[in-house]
Design a binder for this molecule. Structure first.
Ligand code: OAD
Length: 233
């Protein structure tokens, strides 16, 4: 199967990678829905929703500060390096970490935003880069006074329009979609697999176990991303 997938990828001219938390798992970054994942310990509606932030901004900010410090210590794994080395691949990710960029990728479409920035929770759009080693406390936007918050997409919020449109177009036009380490249950992001498949792309999935997207796969490779992805690319 690996050989067949490698051949499929080597014959493709337009490849898109679509990744989730499993891509960064071997870098020590927690996934969400695995048995030890973040959502097994924490309530996503308290920590990753506008209502949760309105109810208890301190708790939300403290949780993101701890995730930021974990991420500061993480390093890209061989899957990030193998992907980043392929400048011809369009990288679409649900991950809010910057491990693909730290591996050298320059143009990553972050569907769910990035934890390396804060933005104004009000309408003004002000953004600030964050030092992951020393995340700031709660503070107000210097432009409009609304609270600052992590620049990630929370449950119930829209995806960034331009990023979504670029990702959707890339999936409509690709020959192969390489899906790595996602449970494929969060929409609209997971819908990109169906978009690619229905536009004629071959779908190759890398995951340690079957997922909601398994039925769309032309080839499903069960194993760790850090081992399989480098051998594919
Ligand atoms: P999940 O935690 O839902 O799924 C992680 C997937 O990675 C699972 O299917 C695992 O089997 C797989 N996996 C774990 N370790 C792996 C490894 N070493 N190699 C390959 N696969 C591995 O994470 P996502 O699908 O990314 O949203 O979750 C989607 C969204 O839900 C996230 O972006 C986040 C979350 O709530 C926001 O933050 C908005």
């Amino acid at each position: 199967m690996i050989e067949a997938a490698r051949k499929m990828l080597s014959q493709a001219t337009r490849i898109v990678s679509f990744s989730g938390a499993g891509l960064s798992a071997e870098s020590g970054v927690s996934t969400f829905r695995d048995p030890q994942g973040l959502w097994s310990k924490y309530d996503p509606m308290r920590l990753a929703s506008p209502d949760g932030f309105a109810d208890d901004p301190q708790t939300v900010n403290a949780w993101y500060a701890s995730r930021r410090q974990d991420l500061w210590q993480a390093r890209p794994n061989p899957a990030h390096h193998a992907l980043a080395a392929r400048t011809d691949i369009i990288h679409v990710t649900q991950n809010v970490d910057d491990l693909l960029e730290r591996a050298g990728a320059t143009d990553v479409l972050h569907l769910h935003g990035t934890i390396g920035k804060d933005r104004c929770h009000g309408p003004c759009g002000h953004e600030e880069h964050i030092d992951l080693a020393e995340p700031p406390g709660l503070r107000d936007c210097p432009d409009c006074g609304a609270p600052m918050r992590p620049a990630v997409v929370w449950f119930g919020e829209a995806l960034p329009t331009d990023t979504w449109q670029r990702a959707e177009r890339a999936c409509q036009e690709c020959d192969v979609l390489l899906v790595i380490g996602t449970s494929a249950v969060v929409y609209p992001a997971a819908g990109l697999i169906d978009v690619a498949q229905s536009h004629g792309a071959r779908v190759v999935i890398v995951n340690i176990e079957s997922s909601e997207a398994s039925g769309l796969a032309h080839i499903e490779l069960l194993g760790k991303a850090g081992e399989i992805v480098p051998s594919l690319l």
